[in-house]
Design a protein around this ligand. Structure first.
Ligand code: DGL
Length: 283
């Protein structure tokens, strides 16, 4: 038994739907969701720089939360730095999020799949190698959509349905023009626009994501081995939405905390409190 939290990490709000999905199926677990506002966005960063940032951040998070499992709820962080993070934290089980390319290439009738992600994810050979591994005869079109990441992080909550549909249409049209019939949402932020993508893609293009796959992977890790890592609590305690960065939190963070029913804290404040009151956060 292990009552330490499961920690989800993304550059911003993108991983929140992943965190919620996991919670719906595992309500006894305690969850800490970390939005790395200080380094948002990850997509335009070089691999070496992003890896360094993530290792430094993970050291802080491990010190304060001592998680039993870390979920990189971010494709960009996963393709760039998961291997280096596993090496740097050998005793800490980690689950990554990679674009759901396998079902998309296998189920493409035209042998043409599309991946929508950040610049980093689309340009990383890992992403295209995945496609070749599962179906070499399938052509994969990758499109980077940094503006969609910005839209979800900073504009989505204020936008109406018409505006949300308007931002996804050019991407789906781009894939349609390339003859693509399956599209992978390869950035966790895009899950916020799932309904709009499905609307724009119907009826000829299927939309794929990794949300259920990531949840199952975390569950498998908790159940692996002789000693379960599952909690013995009846319901999760002290869930948190934690935001990095020294500046005061923008008002939108409180709205996200309310929407996902998570108490909101800045990482800097938690670290400060933990120094004053050792053991308060670290269970
Ligand atoms: N949500 C992230 C992903 O899945 C990255 C967004 C960003 O910070 O650029 O790739």
């Amino acid at each position: 038994m292990n009552n330490q939290p499961v920690l989800f990490l993304d550059s911003g709000i993108g991983g929140l739907p992943y965190c919620r999905h996991f919670y719906m199926h595992n309500p006894a677990e305690t969850l800490v969701y970390v939005a790395d506002r200080a380094s948002f966005p990850y997509g335009p960063r070089e691999q070496g720089e992003l890896t360094g940032l993530l290792i430094t951040l993970m050291k802080r998070l491990v010190r304060i939360f001592n998680p039993k499992v870390v979920v990189l709820a971010c494709n960009t962080a996963t393709v760039s730095a998961l291997a280096a993070l596993r090496k740097a934290f050998p005793g800490l089980p980690m689950v990554g999020t990679v674009p759901a390319i396998k079902p998309a290439v296998l189920e493409s009738r035209q042998q043409r799949a599309g991946v929508l992600g950040t610049e980093r994810t689309i340009n990383d050979p890992y992403t295209m190698n995945l496609a070749a591994r599962y179906r070499p005869d399938c052509t994969v079109t990758g499109i980077a959509a940094p503006d969609l990441v910005e839209f979800v992080e900073h504009r989505y909550a204020l936008a109406d349905e018409v505006e949300r549909r308007r931002v996804v249409v050019p991407y789906i049209e781009g894939f349609r023009a390339a003859g693509v019939d399956t599209v992978v949402l390869g950035c966790t932020h895009f899950l916020f626009l799932l309904k709009e993508f499905q609307w724009a893609a119907a009826p000829d293009i299927g939309i794929y994501d990794s949300i259920a796959g990531v949840s199952h992977r975390v569950e498998a890790l908790l159940d692996r081995g002789e000693q379960t890592l599952r909690t013995n609590r009846r319901c999760g305690e002290a869930h948190l939405l934690v935001v990095t960065g020294a500046s005061p939190l923008e008002l939108s963070w409180q709205s996200w905390a309310d929407a996902f029913d998570l108490p909101l804290r800045r990482l800097e404040d938690l670290e400060h409190d933990a120094e004053v009151l050792p053991g308060r956060i670290h269970q």
